[in-house]
Design a protein around this ligand. Structure first.
Ligand code: ZN
Ligand code: ZN
Length: 564
């Protein structure tokens, strides 16, 4: 029987960069593409990562046929350890992604995940979907576009990609395969928007290698180079540059060592020299080592932050040493990173970033490359993804200029019918963000985080009351504050507040004094009043009530030998 409907539902990554989770549905059978995380921003204090809310698909897990991973970046596969146990579906990916995934699952103690390793170009079937991965260049080995063939039309889901004639690791983007898929006729192109605001092209990894060779060759002090651990081509560059300029390469940071191990296991980094260990490196003269460190985004627990703070066991930086950030700044992360730069510069260490020197190229396509993709694929429908609103908007404008018949603006949670046409948003499904907390997941809009933000901004005041059964005070109210007001140093303030609380309790009517919640309310109000808090200052005022019968108190005091 001919299928009735082909739909696309992004649950993450459309309207934001990160948290990629895309679904394709063919007559209620589902294929998931990617399952990623994002770093938490300042609205979630104390939280490291966030996950997309998969509840739409977990409710349909019996119809979820599988998960295809485009590549092993955290924003595409980092949520698997947290969300896979509730999905339970098989996973398809290529060798390198599988090697990195296996390490990740081991680290989280997750067993029994069925992983099918496929080779690019090979056709494989996930439920009703005829799938093939097409190799594309990106800032990690083995990134792929997913070519979906369905009886209702074909879809190219690009994943993260760019064009680079000399990517150094792995083959260049398989232009022939993309063109051939385009010739088959493509219903929808679901495409990376990250760099669509940047005109021109993204540049080549080979040019970065030449540039780093010159830059590092000139240095006469310690050099630390930091980049994403998964950028194996950049690591290979750093290792080769180190050898060429008479330095020994040494990797610091667990994630970097783990990535190098995964890359070697599947056949990358074979013709580069072994790295030396930290202990050996720390005994060499300062101009004889190239340190490769994790933490290019200023992550507080990564090697570079610890080096900058002078807390790393193997490496200590001196004035005139050099730190090269061979990476971009993830938007939203500027403050963290500038703080790290500042702490290095303040100690006389030279900081070199992509603003000072050609030390990085992006792994995403700039506008000319995106245009090129449209010329190869010639889709009926354009759906920009992997971008914030401003990226998606610009990408749509580009699709209009390129005369794509149906450019469609889509956000997380839109249920989009691709065929039969015309493409249309039919419905909105639940989306959101989840935070991993110990053994469970909490929605990012949970009260816990609202309270935490309020504590950070306004502090807290604790009031302890000991009352008898009728609501009369048996002892003076106890008052402590944390980060809210300076009770100790403001003359007489504490007494004023205590008096205010006592008055408020005395003023309560008899029946109100019997109810703890009503006492709390009036004590909170009295505390605010006595402190003369401005309207926009909202500390959390926590009132703890202990009720004692009068004779209990007398006995307690007797026991303590304080009367008599
Ligand atoms: Zn990526
Ligand atoms: Zn990505």
């Amino acid at each position: 029987m001919q299928p009735q409907e082909l739909v696309f539902v992004p649950l993450g990554g459309s309207g934001e960069i990160g948290l990629n989770l895309n679904l394709y549905g063919l007559d209620r059978q589902w294929l998931m593409v990617d399952l990623g995380i994002s770093f938490a921003d300042e609205t979630l204090p104390g939280v490291d990562i966030v996950l997309p809310d998969p509840s739409f698909i977990t409710a349909r897990r019996k119809d979820l046929r599988g998960l295809v991973l485009t590549h092993a970046h955290e924003d595409h596969f980092g949520a698997i350890p947290y969300l896979w146990p509730d999905l339970g579906c098989p996973i398809w990916c290529t060798r390198f992604t599988a090697a990195v995934l296996r390490r990740k699952l081991d680290e989280h103690g997750i067993k029994g995940v069925p992983v099918h390793v496929v080779t690019p170009g090979e056709r494989f079937q996930v439920g009703p979907f005829d799938c093939a991965l097409i190799q594309v260049t990106h800032s990690i080995p083995e990134a792929h576009a997913l070519a979906l063939r369905t009886p209702l039309g074909n879809v190219l889901h690009t994943g993260d990609w760019k064009l680079d004639p000399a990517p150094l690791i792995g083959p260049a983007t398989e232009i022939d395969d993309l063109e051939a898929f385009g010739r088959e006729g493509v219903l929808a192109l679901v495409c990376d928007s990250t760099n669509v605001l940047t005109p021109g092209t993204s540049g080549s990894e080979a040019e970065v290698r030449d540039s780093l060779m010159q830059l590092i060759g000139r240095q006469t002090t310690r050099v630390v180079l930091t980049t994403f651990a998964s950028n194996i081509a950049r690591l290979e560059t750093a290792i080769k540059v180190a050898r060429a300029v008479g330095r020994e390469p040494c990797a610091v940071g667990r994630s970097m060592r783990r990535m190098i191990e995964a890359a070697r296991e599947v056949g990358y980094l074979q013709d580069v020299p072994e790295l030396i260990d930290e202990r050996t490196a720390s005994n060499l003269p300062r101009d004889k080592v190239l340190w490769l460190a994790t933490g290019c985004q200023g992550e507080p627990r990564a090697a570079l932050a610890r080096i900058a703070a002078g807390q790393h066991p193997s490496i200590r930086l001196d004035p005139e040493d050099v730190v090269i950030f061979s990476s971009k700044i993830i938007p939203g992360n500027e403050r963290t990173l500038y703080n790290l730069h500042n702490s290095l510069v303040a100690r006389g260490i030279e900081v070199i970033t992509e603003h000072d020197h050609f030390v990085h190229v992006s792994g995403h396509p700039c506008r000319d490359e995106v245009e090129q993709m449209y010329r190869w694929i010639r889709p009926q429908i354009a759906i920009p993804v992997h971008g914030e609103a401003r990226h998606l908007h610009e990408h749509l404008a580009l699709a209009h200029r390129l005369e794509v018949p149906e450019p469609l603006e889509v956000r997380n949670g839109d249920l989009v019918r691709l065929a039969p046409g015309p493409a249309q948003i039919l419905d909105e499904v639940p989306t959101g963000r989840l935070v991993p907390e110990n053994s469970h997941l909490l929605p990012a809009d949970d009260d816990l985080y609202r309270t935490r933000r309020r504590l950070m901004a306004h502090g807290t005041i604790l009031v302890g009351l000991v009352l008898d059964g009728y609501g009369s005070l048996l002892a003076a109210p106890q008052l402590s504050t944390f980060g809210a007001v300076d009770l100790e140093r403001e003359e007489g303030l504490k007494g004023t507040v205590v008096d205010g609380i006592e008055d408020a309790i005395e003023a309560l009517e008899d029946d109100a004094a019997l109810e703890d919640e009503r006492i709390r309310e009036s004590v909170r109000a009295a505390t605010r009043r006595s402190l003369r808090l401005p309207r926009d200052k909202r500390p959390i005022i926590e009132v703890q009530i202990t009720r004692l019968a009068r004779d209990t108190l007398d006995n307690l005091v007797d026991d303590a030998g304080m009367v008599g």
